[in-house]
Design a protein around this ligand. Structure first.
Ligand SMILES: [Mn+2]
Length: 241
C-alpha cells in the first residue's frame, strides 16, 4: 500500500508493559501494511549502550526484526537513545539514519528530525545536549559499568522532568524562527518531528510558500501514529492495553 508510517517518543520502559505490548501489536498487525516505517527517536526511555542486554525489550527487538524482513524500518535517534548504535541496529534490524533526513514523500519534499534541536529557547537543554553528544563524554560513559550508567541515565531523566515542570511551556516548544530557518535551509514543504509530545499538524507559510509541520505524539498512555499517503498525512491514536 502506498503508505509510510511514522512514530516517535515511545519511551519504552519496563514499567509500562502495556505500551510494549501495544507497540508489538502495531509492529506485527498494522505496520506490515505500509511500505516503510520511520521511528523518529526516543524509542526507549533511555538507552545506555548497545552492550546492555536490555532484556525487557527483547520481544520488541524480535518484532522489529520480523517487520524489517518485510518492509524497511528506519531509526533516527532522539535525546534519550542517542547511544543506540550498530549493535542496536543489528539486534533490531533497523536501518540507522542521521538527522536531519530529507526525502521525497509521495511528491512532497519532506524533512525528518527528532525535534529537540528546534527548541532553541531552551538554553540549558542545548548545553546539556552538547555535553552528552561530545565523543569524549560518550567514550567515558560507555566505559563505566552498566549499573552506574543506568543510575546516571535515571538521574538525568529525573533532572529533565524537574526542569520541564519549572520551565514555561513556550520555552520547551519549538522556536518559530528555528523552524522557519530549517524550512529555508532544506527547501522542504513538510517537516515531521517529535520530541515535544504536542501532536498536531501546523500549516503556515515561509516566505510565502505553504508549509506543513507535523508533530508526532508520545506513547505514554496510548500509541500515536502518523500515516502518510499520496493524499496527505494523518495523525491517529493507537490503542495499547
Ligand atoms: Mn525527545
Amino acid at each position: 500500500m502506498a503508505e509510510t508510517l511514522f512514530v516517535s517518543d515511545l519511551h519504552l520502559d519496563e514499567d509500562r508493559p502495556q505500551i510494549i505490548r501495544g507497540f508489538r501489536h502495531f509492529l506485527e498487525d498494522r505496520a506490515p501494511e505500509a511500505e516503510a516505517l520511520y521511528i523518529l527517536g526516543d524509542l526507549f526511555e533511555y538507552w545506555i549502550g548497545d552492550d546492555d542486554p536490555a532484556a525487557p525489550f527483547e520481544p520488541v527487538m524480535a518484532s522489529l526484526r520480523d517487520l524489517g524482513q518485510r518492509i524497511p524500518v528506519y531509526f533516527l535517534a532522539g535525546n534519550r537513545d542517542f547511544l543506540a548504535g550498530s549493535g542496536f541496529a543489528e539486534r533490531s534490524g533497523c536501518q540507522l539514519l542521521d538527522e536531519p533526513v530529507a526525502l521525497d514523500l509521495y511528491g512532497t519534499p519532506t524533512l525528518l528530525m527528532h525535534g529537540d534541536t528546534l527548541c532553541t529557547d531552551d538554553r540549558d537543554y542545548l548545553a546539556l545536549r552538547a555535553r552528552l553528544r561530545d565523543p569524549g563524554w560518550q567514550e567515558r560513559f560507555l566505559a563505566r559499568p552498566l549499573s552506574e550508567r543506568r543510575q546516571e541515565a535515571r538521574a538525568l531523566r529525573a533532572e529533565s522532568h524537574r526542569a520541564q515542570v519549572a520551565k514555561a511551556t513556550a520555552i520547551t516548544d519549538v522556536n518559530p524562527e528555528a523552524v522557519a530557518a530549517t524550512f529555508r535551509q532544506h527547501g522542504v514543504d513538510r517537516l515531521i518531528h517529535g520530541h515535544t509530545h504536542r501532536p498536531a499538524i501546523h500549516r503556515g507559510d515561509v516566505d510565502g510558500r505553504p508549509v506543513e509541520r507535523v508533530v508526532l505524539g508520545d506513547w505514554y498512555t496510548q500509541g500515536s501514529l502518523l500515516e502518510c499517503t499520496p493524499a496527505g498525512c494523518r495523525l491517529t491514536p493507537w490503542g495499547c492495553r
